[in-house]
Design a protein around this ligand. Structure first.
Ligand code: AVI
Length: 325
């Protein structure tokens, strides 16, 4: 299709001199043990995440979508004709609401989706091109940092970088601030940043979202071990671990763990690694931070990004912040 360009950025974790899996060795030999959440997302993990987004308890996805439905037109009014750059575009379901709002104004459409999964990028791009006949797509397969350095030259009057779904919450504070600094640096004065954030709220609502009755989140969490077994010739026994998700009210974050059900030893042959787990020992697989918009507004400002508007739902459960450099 001549309206689609896809570019593969080299994966830094497979670059010469940086052996793959160092982060796994590091995390499993630390006390307490932890693993990077990126290992959730193999094919099966990505499918399980799509299922999580539809669970009755998992409010973030549908709440953010409802904010897009209500305010998409207002967002287009604030930005004018604008190219959309999306970090972690995935299936791009919510982005369609924005694209439709720009299309309704008869404005030109250009989309730069960025995702580590080439297959998801290709699939969602083809579907978008079918539905939006005037859309042009320049997709980048890779991680955020190289992608922000490889943005195509601007063809529309301005650009908006989007980081939605509250993925910022999966980064600890230091990484999060480095990330915002990079976004600030990648934007030219006058360009926009749209950030989706899960907001602080009652503990029960948050904990239920990560402990769903159907056990999909538990399967998603345990799938990381299956993925590591496959990738590094490991012998994690999935039945010997249990999903635990707790809200840490002091840090305002969900902490997701896999708890060892017995004393056991696990090996990852490809990494030449054997580790011991005690009964009840917890392995941290993810944090998911919950934000206060005022705090984020300050952080954005410290990276040269001025908040124009924070859109939220009627319960104030999720925030969509529009900032400008
Ligand atoms: C991708 N990320 C924003 C999700 C979250 O809510 O932190 C990942 C997730 N983990 C468990 N459920 C969903």
């Amino acid at each position: 299709i001549d309206r689609l360009d896809l570019f593969n950025l080299s994966n830094p974790s497979t670059a010469v001199g940086v052996p793959d899996g160092q982060d796994v060795i590091h995390g499993l030999t630390q006390q307490p043990k932890s693993l990077p959440p990126k290992y959730f997302y193999d094919q099966q993990g990505s499918e399980l995440f799509e299922q999580i987004c539809m669970l009755p308890e998992y409010y973030p996805t549908r709440t953010e979508a409802s904010i897009f439905q209500t305010y998409a037109e207002q967002i287009t009014q604030l930005t004018g004709p604008c190219e959309l750059v999306e970090l972690g575009s995935g299936s791009a379901t919510k982005t369609r609401i924005l694209l439709s709002a720009y299309a309704a104004r008869d404005w030109p459409l250009r989309y730069v989706p960025i995702d580590v999964s080439g297959s998801i990028l290709q699939e969602s791009s083809v579907a978008l091109l079918e539905d939006y006949p005037s859309l042009g797509i320049h997709g980048l397969i890779g991680t955020y940092e190289p992608a922000l350095n490889a943005l195509p030259s601007l063809q529309l009057p301005t650009r908006m970088v989007m980081f939605i779904g509250s993925t910022l919450g999966n980064l600890p504070p230091l990484q999060s601030s480095q990330f915002l600094q990079r976004v600030g640096a990648a934007l030219a004065p006058g360009q926009f940043f749209l950030l989706g954030l899960d907001l602080q709220k009652e503990l029960d609502v948050i904990e239920a979202a990560y402990n769903d009755a159907q056990g999909v989140t538990a399967a998603f969490n345990l799938n990381m071990l299956r993925h590591l077994n496959y990738r590094y010739d490991g012998d994690f026994c999935l039945d010997a671990f249990r999903h635990v998700a707790l809200y840490n009210e002091h840090e305002h974050q969900i902490e997701m763990y896999l708890e060892s059900q017995c004393d056991q030893s696990v090996s990852l042959k490809q990494l030449d690694l054997t580790v011991q787990f005690g009964a009840g020992e917890r392995l941290l697989t993810e944090i998911s931070r919950k934000f206060s918009p005022a705090e984020l507004e300050q952080q954005l400002a410290s990276h040269g990004l001025k908040t124009l508007h924070t859109f939220t739902d009627e319960r104030n459960w999720f925030g969509l912040m529009l900032a400008q450099k």
